[in-house]
Write a protein that binds this ligand. Structure first.
Ligand code: ZN
Length: 221
């Protein structure tokens, strides 16, 4: 998917979340015919917001898993990076899914699984996808949750706002290394089991974002 197509998809997700949110305030006319149970599904703007984040994290997770498998044999340093990033997405996916279930919402369907192309192509696509979530989708979704004054949703969305830029930096460093003929060597990444913070050094006592103890981080190598 091209960067601009991806942008359109993200914009559509935001619009869908916003229109679901809008329904609730609404327009007595348009929703009047819907059965109560169906109408109530659209009544919580926070559920729509959490659902959009859940779907986006799930799509990223599937991409990273695909790329990790594709690079496993010939580019193990990238494979371990992708596995660490996949785990980071999975942590937030689980938290978002729990938040949706706790609110009595329906868990979104799984997105289609990704396909791999070349190492450089996959890296560029991953950078574009993560960049869109980081600069467009997540800030928008978090502000929806802030407007709705839902502190639990704000917190789980804040994890994405905080962690996605560091994921983008790791991918960017990998792409720059590849382009300059000095790809990263295989190393260990540490992933926070609460927010998905990804780091190469445990030089802190607690996660800077969610205060999980450093000793509880998961090592991926
Ligand atoms: Zn954390």
């Amino acid at each position: 998917m091209s960067k601009s197509t991806r942008r359109q998809v993200v914009a559509a997700l935001i619009a869908a979340a916003a229109s679901l949110a809008g329904c609730t305030k609404g327009d007595k006319g348009s929703g009047a015919a819907a059965p109560v149970s169906e109408a109530s599904k659209g009544q919580d703007p926070v559920l729509a917001t959490l659902g959009a984040a859940q779907k986006a994290e799930h799509a990223l997770l599937l991409s990273f898993e695909t790329y990790a498998t594709a690079t496993q044999r010939d580019d193990p340093s990238f494979s371990v990076l992708y596995r660490a990033l996949a785990r980071s997405c999975e942590v937030r996916l689980e938290a978002l899914t729990e938040a949706i279930v706790a609110k009595g919402g329906a868990v979104p369907e799984s997105p289609a699984s990704a396909s791999a192309s070349t190492l450089a192509g996959d890296l560029q696509k991953a950078i574009a996808d993560v960049g869109d979530l980081s600069s467009n989708l997540y800030p928008e979704l978090r502000s929806n949750a802030v407007k709705a004054k839902d502190t639990a949703a704000v917190q789980v969305l804040a994890y994405g706002v905080q962690v996605l830029p560091e994921m983008e930096s790791l991918l960017q460093a990998g792409a720059e290394g590849l382009a300059s003929g000095a790809p990263p060597s295989v190393q260990t990444y540490y992933v926070c089991p609460t927010c998905g913070h990804v780091t190469t050094t445990l030089d802190f006592d607690e996660c800077p974002y969610c205060y999980t103890m450093a000793r509880d981080f998961e090592a991926i190598s």
